[in-house]
Design a protein around this ligand. Sequence first.
Ligand code: EPU
Length: 419
Amino acid sequence: MEKLVITGGTRLKGEVVISGAKNAAVAILPATLLLNGIYTISNLPNISDVKITCDILQDFGAKITWNSRNEIVIDTREIDGREAPIDKTSKFRASYYMIGAMLGRCGQIEVGLPGGCNLGARPIDQHIKGFEALGAKVDIGQGKISAKAKKLTGTSIYMDVVSVGATINVMIASVLAEGTTTIDNAAKEPHIVDVANFLNTMGADIRGAGTDVIKINGVKELKHEGCYSIVPDQIEAGTFMAAAIATKGDILIKNCIPEHLDCITAKIVEIGGHVEDLGDSIRVWNNKRPNKANIKTLPYPGFPTDMQPQMGVVLSIADGTSIINESIWESRFQYTNELNNMGAHITAQGKTAIVEGVKELLGAPVYASDLRAGAALLIAGIIAKGTTELYNINHIDRGYEQIEEKFRKLGANILRVNE
Ligand code: EPU
């Protein structure tokens, strides 16, 4: 087990290059199972969730070659597996995309129930509703989900909740279905559009991704060769934006799409920070203590839940009292206990946290409860006076490529050591 030891008090300055989006990558990789050919996927984030996804694809019979740190060639011509091992799928959430992809490819799949960050209840009823509407029979038992379909037929599916995972999963399953599938009340996150773009590049006919109605006209087959570059990670960019503001720093964030960051930019400007749009990069800087602000997390284009903990750290040192309302996940305030151990004054109950800004945080041993909590505590360690020891960093490695190297290049004092 490793931990990060952070000596705080640095104003972050310099440039950082954003990696490909985790939540697009973990969907695009399983979606390659629909294809029968050889594909190159680039701008792939080199993170542990991607490595486990590749591992499972290999268990199914895919052949994967790493061309470089961020590019793979995947050969899906000899897929023969129908089962994904429970110990692997239970390690991460996005294993549920194997279901949509394998239903589309061969009408049969069994996977362990998906795991992932502990953010409270994480039902998958909308995924199942979608698969069943397309004609699949889905069973859950003994920690596994199995799905079977003789044939998938396009239909209209209304999502009862706006769900990133269910939207993508049903979209993937519908690509090779007969006829047209309509997803109403679809999620609109940038990674939904990226997965649709990937599938369309491969010959699918998907329209409307990025709006709340997506139409998928089923096609008979997909191309046998192609390449695709994954969109930059909106949340990684947002994490460095929060770090710039929290540390009164000045960071040039390269390889990002500024429009995807509008909801974060608006909040940063509201608390007194500065954001300059430079096309495919942004400069974010701040000279003074941030102002208080209220945040309510919402599906895109609202403020992303995956940025709530990082902005929670910024608000913990703001001038005044802020209120955060978390409307997506029921347990996404676990990081506030750790922040309070560093001197923050946050009262979290249910879906609301009241954050009374303090002048400074003090270094302490803290534990990451999940991926974004880990990123938030890392930022907290960088602004705190003294030394912070950050444990459970395997959560951070799931979703951030070379996180301490990137922060170190900006001036942070971080060491990765064995516990
Ligand atoms: N929901 C249902 N039924 C479903 C699916 C979702 O009730 O069948 C509810 C959830 O309980 C939640 C809401 O709908 O309250 C939204 O869940 P969603 O399905 O959108 O989440 P997800 O697909 O499981 C993805 C990201 C999360 C991110 C959420 C929300 C991946 C692999 N994960 O999860 O990312 O928080 O969307 O944007 O794409 C992270 O990266 O740190 C992370 C947790």
